[in-house]
Design a binder for this molecule. Structure first.
Ligand code: HEM
Ligand code: SF4
Ligand code: SF4
Length: 686
C-alpha cells in the first residue's frame, strides 16, 4: 500500500509542478479541489432550482418539459440545463481527484479518518444525485438507467415485488414511483450538503471558496461549454422497446455496462469489496501515532492564540481550574489533534530567551518539545562556519535541504511550530547570519495552515509576530514540494548570496525572484490556462455522452418473464371440531385452521425449442407464506419466435398447473413481456 501511495504521490507532485507553472500557486486548482467541489455544488444547486421551476414531474410530461426548456428557452433554461449537467460531471472528476490526492498525500490517518469517511459518504450522495438526475429526463438513457438501477436494487432484500417490473411497459409504470425519484433527486443534494458541512467541520478556516480568478474562470469554462455544446436529451423513453445503443455519461454510469456484462450480483460484490477497502484505508499500515499536544497550565494564561491557530479545531477554551488569576485555560481534544505543533508556534510563552526558568511553553508536543529545538539550534549553530551561516528550520513533508558546513538543517513536524521568538533568538545571539523557514509547496501545507500562519507571523500580521527589531533581510522562506528540490537548492543559494552581499534578501510572501522561476510570462500563462480549460471542457463534453454503449446487439429483441404468484398452501385448511375450538383462547377461535406455508413455484421457459429457464422460486416471507417472484430477461434473435412457458404452483411432482405456447413475430429491440395472473387464466404474452 505504501508503495502505491508513494507512486501516486510522485505522480501528483509532478503533475502539480506543471499545473503550478501554468496557474501559479494562488490559482492552482490541485490545491483547492475541495473548494472547487463546493463551487460546483452551488452551480449545480442554482441551475437545478431554475430547472425545477419548469420541470413537470408527471411521467408523460417530464420529457416534454425538458425538451421545451432545451430548445424553446435555450437562452436560459437550455444554458441552465447544460450547466447543471457539466458541473455535475465536473464534480465527480473533482471529488475523485481530490480523494486520490488525499490518499496519495497520506492525509487520512489518525484523526483525519473523519474527513476521509465523511468524504466517502459525500461521494455516495454525488452518485445518488447524478443517477436520479438522469432518470428524471425520461429519455432512452433514463429508461436504461431506471431498468438497470432497479435490477440492482432488487438484488437487495428491500422490496417484496421487484421494482424493475415498473419498467416492463407503459401498463406497469407507476407515476407515483416516478415522482418518488424526483423527491430523491431533491432530498439527496440536501443531505449531501449536510455531509459536506460535516466533512469539514473539524477544520478551522476550511477553504470552501476557490481563489476568485479560479472560480470565475471555472464558471466561465462551464458557461462557454454550455453554449458551444448544449446538453440534450436522447429520444423519448419507449418501454415497448429496449434501447440498443446509448450515449452514456461515463462520469456517473461507468458501472452500468459492467452490470450488463457481469450481472448485478458480481457488481454488488465488487462494490462491497471496494467500499470495505476504501473505508479501512485510514487504518491500513498504521504507524505509531505521535504524542498529541500537551498543555502546561503553569505557563498558560488562556490567551487563546493556540485555539485560533490550530488547523484541526483540536483546542478549546475552558474555565480555569487551577486557581491561577486567569479566566480561561485550554484543553486539547485527543480525537482531533494530529500533532502538528502549530499551537506551540502560536503560544506567546514559547520564548527561548528565558534563562531563569526552563523553556516550557503553555502548549507543545511531548515528542518534539521546544526546549529540544532550542538545544538543537544552539548545538548545531555552534558548529556553523563562514559568513553565510544559515539555520534552516524545515518540515518532514517538503523538499529536502542540503546540509553543508554553513547550513544547519533542523527538522520540525511543521514550520508553523516555530515560534517567531526563535528566529529572533538565532539572529540576536548571532548563532547564524540568517534563518530560512523551509516548508511544503507554496500554499500547500501538509498541516493545512502552517504556511499561512508562518507568512503572517513574519509579516507581523498575526500574533505572535516576529518583532520589529528583527532584520527581515535575514529571514527567508522557501516553499517547495519534494519534486522541487532544485528550486529549494536555488533558493537557499540565493538566500546565502544575499546574506553575504547585504542586498535585500527575500521577505515573507511570494518573492519576485521566486515568481519568475516558477512560471513563465503572463502571455504564456494565459495561453496555458486557456489550453487547460479547453482540455477540461473537451473531456467533460466527450465523456458526458461518449463512447456509446451497446445495450442490445443488432437484430435482437428482449423477452421478459416477470410475475408474482403465491404458490398454493402446503396443507389444506381444516375445519375445527367444537371440542378443538373450545381448547383455544377465545380470541383465537376460528372455524378453519389454515397453515400458512406455501409451495415454491416451478417455472420453465422454452424459446425456439431451447430450454432457457428452469427454476424453482421460494415463497417470500419469514413463514414462507408470501408470493414467489420471477424476473428474468432474455435477449433473443428478432423474427418468428416460438415461446412455451409452464408453471407449477401446487407441489405436484409431474406436469404443470399452467402452460401457454405462442408464436410471435418479434421486431428488433421489441420488449416482449410474459406475465402471469391466475385470476385471468394464467400466462399472458404482450
Ligand atoms: C464533493 C465532494 C467533496 C467536497 C466538496 C470536499 C471538500 C473538502 C474540503 C473543502 C476540504 C477541506 C480542505 C481544507 O481547507 O484543508 C476537504 C478535506 C478533505 N477531504 Fe474532501 N471533499 C469532497 C469529497 C471527498 C472525498 C470523496 C474524500 C475521500 C474519500 C475526501 C477526503 C478528504 C480528506 C481526507 C480531507 C482532509 C484533508 C486534511 O486532513 O488536510 N473528500 N474536502
Ligand atoms: S498539535 Fe496541531 S492539531 Fe494538535 S492541538 Fe496543536 S495545532 Fe492543534
Ligand atoms: S497560546 Fe499558550 S498561553 Fe495562550 S492559551 Fe494557548 S497554551 Fe495558553
Amino acid at each position: 500500500m505504501s508503495w502505491l501511495k508513494r507512486r501516486l504521490r510522485a505522480l501528483y507532485e509532478h503533475a502539480e509542478d506543471g499545473v503550478e507553472r501554468v496557474f501559479g500557486p494562488e490559482w492552482n486548482p490541485m490545491r483547492q479541489l475541495g473548494a472547487l467541489g463546493w463551487l460546483l455544488f452551488w452551480i449545480i444547486a442554482g441551475s437545478g432550482l431554475y430547472l425545477y421551476i419548469f420541470f413537470d414531474t408527471g411521467v408523460t410530461q417530464a420529457y416534454e418539459s425538458i425538451r421545451s426548456l432545451t430548445y424553446e428557452q435555450w437562452w436560459a433554461g437550455g444554458i441552465m440545463r447544460s450547466l447543471h449537467r457539466y458541473a455535475s460531471d465536473a464534480l465527480v472528476a473533482v471529488a475523485i481527484v481530490h480523494m486520490l490526492r488525499e490518499f496519495a498525500f497520506d492525509r487520512l490517518r489518525g484523526p483525519r479518518w473523519f474527513a476521509w469517511i465523511t468524504g466517502l459518504v459525500v461521494l455516495g450522495f454525488v452518485y445518488v444525485c447524478g443517477i436520479t438526475g438522469y432518470w428524471m429526463v425520461w429519455d432512452r438513457l433514463a429508461q436504461y438507467v431506471a431498468v438497470t438501477t432497479s435490477e440492482l436494487l432488487d438484488r437487495l432484500p428491500l422490496f417484496v415485488e421487484p421494482i424493475a417490473r415498473n419498467f416492463l411497459g407503459d401498463l406497469y409504470l407507476s407515476g407515483r414511483f416516478f415522482t418518488l425519484m424526483v423527491y430523491v433527486h431533491i432530498a439527496a443534494p440536501l443531505l449531501m450538503l449536510l455531509f459536506m458541512w460535516v466533512h469539514i467541520m473539524r477544520y478551522a478556516e476550511a477553504k470552501v471558496t476557490p481563489a476568485r480568478g479560479l472560480s470565475w474562470s471555472t464558471a466561465g469554462m462551464l458557461l462557454a461549454l454550455s453554449l458551444i455544446w448544449p446538453a440534450v436529451s436522447q429520444p423519448p423513453a419507449d418501454l415497448g422497446h429496449v434501447p440498443t445503443v446509448l450515449g452514456l455519461d461515463w462520469f456517473y454510469l461507468p458501472l452500468y455496462p459492467v452490470i450488463d456484462r457481469w450481472g448485478v450480483t458480481a457488481v454488488w460484490l465488487a462494490a462491497l469489496a471496494t467500499s470495505i477497502v476504501l473505508v479501512l484505508l485510514p487504518w491500513v499500515g498504521r504507524r505509531r501515532r505521535a504524542g498529541i499536544a500537551v498543555v502546561h497550565l503553569d505557563n498558560c494564561n488562556g490567551c487563546g492564540r493556540c485555539v485560533e491557530d490550530c488547523p484541526f479545531s483540536a483546542i478549546t477554551l475552558e474555565p480555569r481550574s487551577d486557581g491561577a488569576p486567569f479566566a480561561q485555560q485550554v484543553l486539547v481534544n485527543a480525537a482531533h489533534c494530529v500533532a502538528c505543533g502549530i499551537c506551540a508556534g502560536a503560544c506567546p510563552t514559547a520564548t527561548p530567551f528565558r534563562r531563569a526558568t526552563a523553556l516550557v511553553p503553555g502548549i507543545e508536543l511531548p515528542d518534539d518539545p521546544l526546549s529540544r529545538l532550542r538545544e538543537e539550534i544552539l548545538a548545531r549553530g555552534a558548529k556553523l562556519e563562514g559568513t553565510q551561516r544559515v539555520v534552516v528550520l524545515t518540515c518532514q513533508h517538503g523538499a529536502t535541504v542540503p546540509e553543508s558546513p554553513s547550513v544547519a538543517v533542523i527538522q520540525t513536524p511543521c514550520v508553523g511550530m516555530v515560534p517567531p521568538p526563535f528566529i529572533d533568538f538565532v539572529l540576536a545571539r548571532k548563532i547564524a547570519d540568517g534563518v530560512l523557514l523551509a516548508g511544503c509547496r507554496e500554499r500547500e501545507c501538509y498541516h493545512r495552515l502552517g504556511y499561512e500562519w508562518t507568512e503572517q507571523r513574519i509579516a507581523a500580521k498575526r500574533d505572535p509576530n516576529l518583532r520589529e527589531r528583527v532584520s527581515r533581510d535575514r529571514v527567508g522562506v522557501s516553499w517547495a514540494a519534494p519534486t522541487q528540490s532544485a528550486l529549494r537548492r536555488a533558493e537557499l543559494e540565493l538566500f546565502q548570496r544575499e546574506l553575504a552581499g547585504g542586498s535585500p534578501a527575500p521577505r515573507s510572501g511570494l518573492n519576485p525572484w521566486r515568481r519568475a522561476r516558477l512560471h513563465g510570462g503572463v502571455a504564456w500563462r494565459t495561453l496555458g490556462q486557456a489550453l487547460a480549460y479547453s482540455c477540461a471542457a473537451a473531456l467533460l463534453a466527450y465523456f458526458s455522452i461518449a463512447p456509446r454503449h451497446e445495450v442490445l446487439g443488432p437484430k435482437l429483441a428482449m423477452v421478459n418473464l416477470s410475475f408474482s404468484q403465491a404458490g398454493r398452501l402446503k396443507e389444506p385448511c381444516t375445519a375445527l371440531t367444537p371440542a378443538e375450538l373450545a381448547k383455544l383462547p377465545i380470541n383465537m377461535r376460528r372455524p378453519r385452521d389454515c397453515r400458512r406455508e406455501r409451495w415454491p413455484i416451478e417455472v420453465q421457459l422454452v424459446i425456439n425449442g431451447e430450454l432457457m429457464l428452469s427454476g424453482r422460486y421460494a415463497p417470500a416471507g419469514l413463514w414462507s407464506d408470501g408470493p414467489s417472484t420471477v424476473y428474468k430477461r432474455f435477449a433473443v434473435p428478432a423474427g418468428q419466435t416460438t415461446l412455451s412457458v409452464r408453471l407449477r404452483d401446487s407441489g405436484r411432482v409431474e406436469g404443470f398447473d399452467y402452460t401457454r405456447s405462442a408464436t410471435v413475430d418479434l421486431e428488433t429491440a421489441q420488449n416482449l413481456v410474459i406475465d402471469f395472473h391466475a385470476e385471468q387464466g394464467g400466462f399472458s404474452i404482450h
